[in-house]
Design a protein around this ligand. Sequence first.
Ligand code: AHR
Length: 320
Amino acid sequence: MRVFLYPSMKSLARLVTFAAVFAAAVSISAKTLTVGFAQTGAESAWRTANTDSLRNEAEKRGINLKFVDGQGKQENQIRAVRSFIAQKVDAILIAPIVETGWEPVLREAKRAKIPVILMDRTVKVSDDSLFTCFVGSDFAEEGRMAADWLAKHSNGKGRILELQGTPGSAPANERRRAFAEAIAKYPELKIVDSQSGDFRRSGGKEVMEAFLKKHGRNFEILYAHNDDMALGAVQAIEEAGLKPGKDITIVSIDAIKEAIQAVIDGKINCTVECNPLFGPKVYDLVAKIVAGEKVPRVQYNKDELFDSTNAAAAIGSRQY
Ligand code: AHR
């Protein structure tokens, strides 16, 4: 006698449920992530390296990246964020050009339930739940590292000119504040003038020309909030017939390849790293957030300092 074994209705239902859950899981993991990125602009070599890192890593991971260059204007970045919200992207990345003025648009993103990841620069908001997390460098620590190096190599003495970054931006605010606090321990180390070069090479050159006219040789040190401005200043100093790195001690931030070369050439004395290559870190965070995992609220990149003792060893492997 032949016996036919029919699955019971219950086990059949179980099988169907399993298949549906499996299919849903596969479709979630295979779903292409769409991420909107409101970048500040293209003011420096650092920024270009940062944009490339985010773009290349998105391509590698098959992420659909909607990139907007804010061209140095907060209103462009805000407009970009609003368009990302309208397009219902999975996550929004912002490198906020300045620290204030973000609350309304961040509230709109929160209402639309779209996570916002601040990268590179932070914002000042009264409600911390308006963004999910921050990833970037510790700008205050960079300012402190620059000041400590200077204090040590100047024997705590000297008149300093400061080239500030974009007014109102987190790196300009923090690098200025932390540097000033750290040198306050040395009464003979003083900032005698401070102007913004907007993180641009042309800005650094113009401000340095004006500084040289105004102060003549009545200063010994230049503290630049980024390498592009320092390199612009190097040009102005050379055009004035002086030797950068010798007549004037130059301390800067970013550690782009060109600045490390300038350290090797003796034209810049020290540059503190601000690593822009954090595309992989950012998308790891995005993937976790979209999957509903908890992520650290703040993640700082680890930054080093380069001077004549280690610049030559570092230049070969420098990626930006
Ligand atoms: O926010 C990071 C700063 O912005 C970098 O130091 C500078 O080069 C850039 O433009």
